[in-house]
Design a protein. Sequence first.
Length: 94
Amino acid sequence: VTRSSKWPLLIDPQGQGLQWLKNREQVNGLKVTQLIEKKFRNHLEDSMIMGTPLIIENVEEELDPIIDPVLDKQVQKKGKALVIVLADKEVEYD
């Protein structure tokens, strides 16, 4: 989890790994969200802009297509800034 080159996936039926991650990343401004939350997109954008960790809990077999560019690391350079296009909006990537 700490040295992965891609986004880590944690399958954790007992919740021990999730609790470890929450304790470890709490000092870095960790946000915890779910795909079904109304403010999910806002949490995702804020985390990308600020460079803070984000845990998406209770992910089922299908993901929201809004996070595909993030998972595929489709980072584009626009001037001096790095951006990822989420649906119709360019979001800075830190």
